[in-house]
Structures are given as C-alpha cells and as structure tokens.
Write a protein that binds this ligand. Sequence first.
Ligand code: LMR
Length: 393
Amino acid sequence: MFETLPDPKLDGIIALMQAFADDPRMGKIDLGVGVYRDTSGRTPVMAAVKAAEARIVEEQESKSYLSLAGDAAFLETMRDLLLGDAVPSARVAAVGTPGGTSAVRQLCELIRLARPEATVWVSEQTWPNHVPLIRAARLDMRPYRYLDRDAGALDRAGMMADLEQVAAGDVVLLHGCCHNPTGVDLSLQDWAEIAALLERRGAVPFVDMAYQGFGEGLDADAGGLRHLAARVPEMLLSGSCSKNFGLYRERVGIAMAIVPEGERGRLAGTLAGLNRQVFAFPPDHGGRVVSTILGDPGLRVMWRQELDAMRERVAENRRGLADALREATGSDRFGFIAGQQGMFSLLPLEPAQIETLRAEHGIYMLGDGRVNMAGLNEASVPVLAQAMAGVLR
Ligand code: LMR
C-alpha cells in the first residue's frame, strides 16, 4: 500500500539541522533552528531546571497516569505566567501538550470541530510549521501583510487593511512576542487596535507564545496577549516552555481556550478529548519541572536570572551584528537588526547569496534569510558581517 505515498518533504528547519550536522568543516556557524546557545555554542540545561529535576527525582512517588489535561499545578502556574490576572481562571480551559507545536495542532483541531469553515489568517511571514499544522487540520488559511521589508519594521497599514477583510468566526493567528521569523513585534498600541478590530469583526484571536521572556521580559512580553484576553470574549492561546525553560527535548506545551465562564467546562472536556485521540496523556516530567520552578520562590528567582541573561546575550548579539554590518558594508541598512526582538531576524539576502554563505563560509541560515541571533558570538559576528558584505558586493 505504501507505494502510493509521495516522497516526504522535509521541513526547511529540520533539513537545515541535518545539513549542518553533516557538514564536516570546523568553524561552521549554525544560525538555523531556534535554539538558545551560550557563547561557546552549547545549549546547557538551566541550573533551575537541574535543581527542580533533583527535587522531583527525590520526592516523586509514582509515575502513574494523571488526567488527560496533565498536571493541575503545571496548568495553573502556566496560566499565571502567560495570562497574569488578565482574566479570571473560571474563563480558562487548558490542557498540557507535548511541546508548543502540538498545542498549535490541538487548537487547530478544536477550530475544525467548532467551525470547519473558519479561515485561519496568518502573518505573511510566519513560523514555517504553522502552515502544515493548519493544513493538517484541514482548515482554510489566508495571509495578512506583516513585514515592511525595506524598513525591517511592521507594515502596520497593510496588516490592518488585510485584517479588515476578516469575517465573523474567522481566526487570526498572532505571535505573542519575538515574531518568528521577522523579529518584528507589535506595540501595545497595535495590540489594542487589533483587539478592537477583531471584536468589531467578530473574529477570534489565536496567540502563539513560544518565546516569552526573550523580548523585553516575562510580563512585558505578555502585555499584548493579556490586553487581548481581557477584551475579547473568546481567544485561543498556545504556549511553549522549550525556549524559556530550555526544555526543548522534554516537549512541554499548553493549549488554552479563553471563553465565557459558562463554557469553560465544555471546552476543557473537548480539549481533553482531543488529547485522548492523539497521545492520551501529555508527558509529565517537563511540566513538573516548570511547575516546581514557578511554585518555588527561590527556584523562580534563579530561573528568571538565567532567562534574563539569555535575553541580554541575544540582544547583545543583535547590537554587535548591526554594528559589524555597518562597518563592513558602510551602510546603515542593517540597523533594524538591533531594534528587533527575540531570536530571529530576516536578513535581506537572495537565495543565491544564502547558498554562497553556506557553501563558501559554512554559515547556515534558513532559505528565506532567517537567522537565529543566539547562534552568534563575539568571534562569529565579524565573520558573518564580512561574509555578508562579500556576497552583497
Ligand atoms: C524554530 O522556529 O526554529 C523553532 O521553533 C524550532 C522548530 O520546532 O521549528
């Protein structure tokens, strides 16, 4: 039967990970997959995570099943981390998921169950995996303009004009912070205007939050989505602990539906049922690490300090690269890199230039010019700047 299967197409991010691993050259530079790296290129286990894991190993008495929604303490502490006191807990239905990816997928399945005819609007540049996740749930999708490429900034007028086309019952996918791949974030004013527009059009926001803490800080990064949640009657929210807790391979995510109080039970049951169909019970270990850290004042401070340091290192790389490019190219056109947020920026390079960077300099970035700023360090910033100046000449 399998001869009917088409050849699989590897996701661009995963294909690049593989190509980088296969490259035998010393000094190759990985700016591909969105993983935090320290100055020596390692992705260490955070000290707060190590401490929480030690405590769990010591104290855990059973590994028997929990509920389909996962551990209650994880759901509660994550609700607070993401939503603060923007909405009463009686409005939030939440389930744990294996990573943020499956939170997005489960919420797409929820949309499909509730309103199969809904169109999901995505920013024109978005995380490459958003597209197949939405398609896998057999939902229609349309892009809205987002990036003004020349300015390396938000195409505010284009975005708002496109969102005016959204129909009642449609869903608009927004990045909570640290927009992937552009690094261009919405201001609080933008969030307020989008909230008003969606409310007026009767559309439902779906916020994907994968990098909380990597923009301006934990609370500042959630300011926009909290405003939205407090304002609109219904909202979907996916969260990931891969980056801000460094729990990439543990797969820790959360899917939430924020709804009027009377509907919470139905939504919680439906989300739990969706979990049952795919993986039944979400994995527990990573979620327990998160709730242990968030529930303990000492570990929480330790974790915040580590997260602050990661954010500052990425911001420093941004400033360093903007300066080095100014020097290497004699132009200010890359100044936008310093002002953007999170791990990613889109470098304005042609596919042939990106290929030359890979072939001749061992510099790996995605085919659209997305670079992971956390992959740089003091030594590789000038290498990238010089190589870019070379291909741009
Ligand atoms: C990325 O965008 O590189 C990360 O979110 C990793 C992934 O799963 O694609």
